[in-house]
Design a protein around this ligand. Structure first.
Ligand code: ADP
Length: 442
């Protein structure tokens, strides 16, 4: 570049000098200079024009031949154009490939921009949500799916990362929708048809529920006979021991079937259609639960303390609430060694009502906490069996808490004890007197 400019400069100087010499020789310096200037300008405009024509019309082809700096300029522009053409070709290819991949995906994908306006979607999303091109481009997705749970999930007001709703377009179809925000004000929405998974899950629940129900009668008959035989006092220690063991095992089986049935009922209920809601006197429930816990503790002599707000009631299902309180308190008794302390609390604050059970028991290692509410998940199977546990207690608690739109929090330290806290939403609270705390906060 530098050399081309120098050559151009020297050429100009050379011509200039020649023109001055001719001018001096012909004694017409001014006229010769004028002619030279016009000729130079003419050449300049000629090059400018060929460049403009090439840029406007023939830019796909190689640039026209031009001397010196003009030639350099044209070939640089040409190289730049070639590079950018290659880059855009690559981008177009990439975009095509992205669209093909997104189109082949078994899930629906919708891209939203700005305030949740639909920007693009794939074929599956079109089929699942009846989207039409071009009418639905720019339409707000919440105007097509007017489901409050979905809106809460999309706007981020609910804590759940995805939501399962009944399809607004096809009866009997369940859709799982997951919004994933990315970039600047953009959201990728994944839509999946989960009808089949739901149906299989429903079949599983029905199967467990039915089998537990069917086992109930034979087990009742069996334990009735065992009790009768035990009462008959046969004076045969071996038989007595055998009957005692049979009695214990049938009791365990009955407990298991009861728990399974309860769990299956809880899973089948939807918290919105729950018609068993009533105002429950929680304090009253807890007072008798404390007495039961004291009996269960027996010789282990736990110090059981109850701190409960007697005016604080809850709108809910009494049976389910009893299951929550009972399972958590019984666990605290079962997993706290002799002489330990158990504190049960029932109170409210501005965020809602809270049921808390704190024990100074064996505690739970941190890596078990996340899986504790799974069915039959036990930290120590032997210990759980020895204390008569079925491994279903916390699964029941979790589902019953969900039915009341609550959350279960678990905090534990091995060797120091555990705290289980159930948070109930504010709108389920029913006061028998005005709560001072909430008055102040409100
Ligand atoms: P289980 O019938 O075995 O008690 P749960 O579902 O009630 O079943 O509890 C699951 C597991 O969680 C228990 O087996 C036990 O290992 C652990 N666990 C529950 N509560 C406590 C507690 N208060 N202290 C220590 N471990 C507990």
């Amino acid at each position: 570049m530098q050399t081309t400019w120098l050559t151009e400069f020297y050429r100009f100087l050379g011509f200039g000098a020649l023109v001055v010499v001719i001018g001096l020789l012909t004694k017409q310096l001014l006229i010769v200079l004028l002619i030279f200037t016009f000729a130079y300008l003419g050449w300049f405009f000629y090059n400018l024009r060929s460049m403009e024509t090439w840029l406007r019309v023939d830019k796909k082809y190689a640039p026209p031949e031009a001397p010196g700096v003009w030639g350099d300029m044209l070939s640089n522009i040409y190289a730049l154009r070639q590079r950018s053409r290659k880059r855009s070709k690559r981008l177009v290819k990439l975009l095509k490939r992205f669209r093909q991949t997104a189109g082949a995906m078994p899930d629906g994908i919708i891209i939203l921009k700005g305030q949740g306006d639909i920007d693009w979607w794939n074929c599956k999303a079109e089929a699942l949500l009846n989207l039409r091109y071009p009418q639905d481009v720019g339409v707000r997705l919440v105007n097509l799916i007017r489901n409050p749970d979905f809106i809460a999930c999309l706007t981020g007001t609910s804590k759940e990362p995805n939501v399962t709703i009944n399809s607004p377009f096809k009866d009997g179809v369940k859709l799982n929708i997951r919004p994933i925000p990315y970039g600047k004000n953009q959201t990728l929405v994944m839509v999946r048809d989960v009808t089949l998974i739901y149906e299989v899950e429903e079949m599983r629940r029905d199967f467990v529920g039915n089998i537990s129900h069917e086992l109930r009668t034979p087990l009742t008959v069996l334990s009735g006979y065992i009790e009768n035989l035990q009462e008959d006092n046969m004076e045969n220690p071996d038989l007595e021991r055998a009957l005692e063991l049979m009695g214990q095992q049938t009791h365990r089986m009955r407990q298991l079937t009861e728990d399974l049935m309860l769990l299956s009922n809880l899973e089948n209920n939807s918290n919105t259609t729950n018609s068993k809601r009533q105002v429950v006197d929680v304090n009253h429930m807890l007072v008798s639960l404390k007495e039961e816990a004291q009996i269960l503790s027996g010789k282990r002599n736990h110090a059981i303390l109850l701190e409960s707000d007697p005016g604080l009631n809850l709108r809910g299902d009494p049976k389910e609430l009893d299951s929550i309180f009972y399972n958590l308190v019984v666990n605290a008794v079962n997993y706290t060694p002799e002489g330990g302390a158990i504190r049960i609390r029932w109170y409210a604050d501005t965020s809602g009502a809270h049921f808390e059970v704190n024990d100074t028991g064996i505690g739970i290692p941190g890596h078990h906490l996340a899986r504790l509410t799974e069915r039959f998940y036990r930290v120590d199977v032997g210990r759980s069996r020895a204390s008569g546990g079925s491994g279903l207690g916390l699964a029941i608690v979790k589902h019953a808490v969900q039915q009341h739109r609550g959350t279960l929090r678990i905090d534990s330290e091995v060797g120091r004890g555990s705290t289980f806290i159930v948070d109930f939403p504010k709108d389920l609270l029913v006061w028998h007197r005005q709560p001072l705390e909430i008055e102040q906060a409100g």
